[in-house]
Design a protein around this ligand. Structure first.
Ligand code: 5AD
Ligand code: SF4
Length: 487
């Protein structure tokens, strides 16, 4: 599904024998037209339609970027498919932890073998991992069959880079160190008709000492509220009922705009959009979570009852070394405020185990916060050493067996609590957004509660994209079984 078709008319005007325009996004429209001709020629050679696939690693931000990639691929004439049996495969990579990198290398090897059997196949790599010079060096040396490599800052140039590759040969590598540019109005293909991510800001200025994101995603840049609201209005016109506002740290949204606005103010504007039913956002940093935001959430009809509030560690000592800029006590105070203002809110978090220097006492503090905050769910991670971050150079890295033991204990506690928390809505009638036909049982529809839990209930395809009232009959650990009701 393409969002903007206005550019079709513009496309017709371009004369491909002339030089491309300098300004964006017109320059990319020119290259889309060029790619169309090149893909068509390849199709004629192959004697069949060509397929393309985007494979996404990592976070919601990357998922949204992949929709942009898919939008271009579709516009230039590829048929989008799932999986890796396609004529054009692009990996949108993540580098937040080392194991994400290892998975990419493993799968790339398999992809290389597929390419040997398909003369029309092209392989591209983009995303956070490509912002690391040693990764690109390794690809140049050991994965020479890759056709195109670009990073997080120049993703808007995908059509241009693709045109370059399709009209030449050999590996094309284009990585930028940083950018202050935001290019709007490029085509994109949404995964779901009824819900969509919306970027509100890019980059991150926090420099938590373990995290590579500020190095690979660059400095914080907010989009203007006007552009965000306009994009959501268009999405709503196109059938979207739920948006997820995306940023590395949404609570510091708007601080660097010419006319600064707060995230809470943005939410107030988004709330006013007629036809929009649900608003989610990701990710919140506890240090910037304001009382104003809590007030706006509590009063809102549309903001979902869910807050993802990464803890990382429960030890104030470790939090300081992590450069998180809050203490255990401040975090717990925030949780208390949130639960008081929005009693049915679901709280989720991210926790890292085994940060350098973490003692048994520090770890016990983390368990203590988990017990007190009572998370609905928590993503638990083993600390991963990322080259170039301050934590990578710290002494006292924790031995693997100690970390593994702590990780298992944390996971057991998190699971025990989330099971107890999940069941608390049993018997209630709640609005559910019907999302898809259940993969295992086609007589069931899978939907989502405002608090992000899944519900399965009898229904058919016609419900998808609608918000319906469902009685939550039974909690099965991490999801509910329910039935439709008129109540
Ligand atoms: N090691 C382990 N986990 C990490 N995260 C970020 N950097 C690292 C790292 N070096 C986790 C944090 C963050 C989530 C997206 O990934 O918990 O919130
Ligand atoms: Fe991975 Fe972070 Fe990049 Fe998202 S922003 S893809 S989590 S490294």
């Amino acid at each position: 599904m393409s969002l903007q078709k206005d550019y079709e008319k513009e496309l017709e005007q371009f004369d491909l024998s002339m030089a491309p325009p300098e300004e964006e996004p017109q320059r990319q429209y020119y290259f889309i037209k060029k790619c169309r001709a090149l893909v068509k020629r390849m199709e004629q050679e192959a004697g069949r339609p060509l397929t393309a696939s985007t494979v996404t690693f990592g976070c919601q931000m990357n998922a949204r970027d992949s929709e942009k990639l898919a939008g271009i691929l579709e516009e230039v004439g590829y048929r989008m498919v799932e999986g890796e049996d396609a004529d054009f495969v692009i990996y949108n990579t993540c580098t937040v932890r080392e194991n994400a990198n290892m998975r990419v290398y493993g799968r790339l090897g398999v992809l290389g073998n597929k390419k040997k059997k398909n003369p029309h196949m092209l392989i591209a790599l983009c995303g956070c991992m490509m912002q690391e010079p040693q990764v690109v060096e390794k690809i140049r040396k050991s994965y020479r069959f890759v056709d195109l490599v670009f990073g997080t800052h120049n993703i808007y140039k995908f059509a241009e880079l693709l045109a370059e590759r399709l009209s030449g040969s050999g590996m094309i590598v284009d990585i930028w160190k940083d950018t202050d540019k935001i290019v709007e109005n490029l085509p994109l293909q949404r995964k779901y008709a009824f819900k969509s991510g919306v970027n509100i800001m890019f980059g991150c200025n926090n420099f938590c000492s373990y995290c590579i994101v500020p190095y690979v995603r660059g400095r914080e840049r907010s989009r203007s509220p006007r552009k965000i609201v306009r994009e959501i209005e268009r999405l709503v016109d196109d059938g979207v009922v739920e948006v997820m506002l995306l940023g590395q740290n949404v609570n510091s949204y708007g601080k660097n705009l010419e006319e600064p606005v707060t995230f809470a103010q943005l939410l107030r504007e988004v709330e006013k959009i007629e036809g929009l039913k649900r608003i989610r956002f990701m990710t919140s940093h506890p240090k910037d979570l304001s009382d104003e935001l809590i007030e706006v959430m509590a009063a809102s009809e549309k903001i979902c009852r869910h807050m993802h509030l990464p803890l990382q560690s429960g030890s104030s000592r470790i939090l300081k070394i992590m450069n998180r800029r809050y203490t255990k006590e401040q975090y717990l105070k925030l949780v208390e405020k949130l639960r008081k203002a929005i009693p049915d809110i679901s709280l989720t978090t991210d926790i890292i185990v085994g940060f350098p220097g973490e003692t048994e006492e520090d770890f016990e503090e983390t368990l203590d916060v988990v017990r007190k905050a009572r998370y609905d769910s928590a993503f638990t991670f083993i600390y991963s050493k990322r080259t170039g971050t301050p934590a990578a150079a710290m002494e006292d890295q924790i031995p693997e067996d100690v970390v593994k033991n702590r990780f298992d204990r944390l996971l057991a506690l998190v699971q025990e609590i989330s099971k107890e928390m999940a069941g608390r809505l049993t018997g209630r009638v709640m609005p559910v957004l019907a999302e898809e036909v259940n993969g295992q049982d086609a007589s069931l529809i899978t939907g989502r509660l405002s608090n992000n839990l899944l519900v399965h209930f009898p229904g058919d395809q016609s419900f998808i994209g609608k918000i319906v009232n469902v009685r939550l009959k039974e909690c099965k650990g991490f999801y509910y079984m329910g039935e439709l009701t008129d109540e």
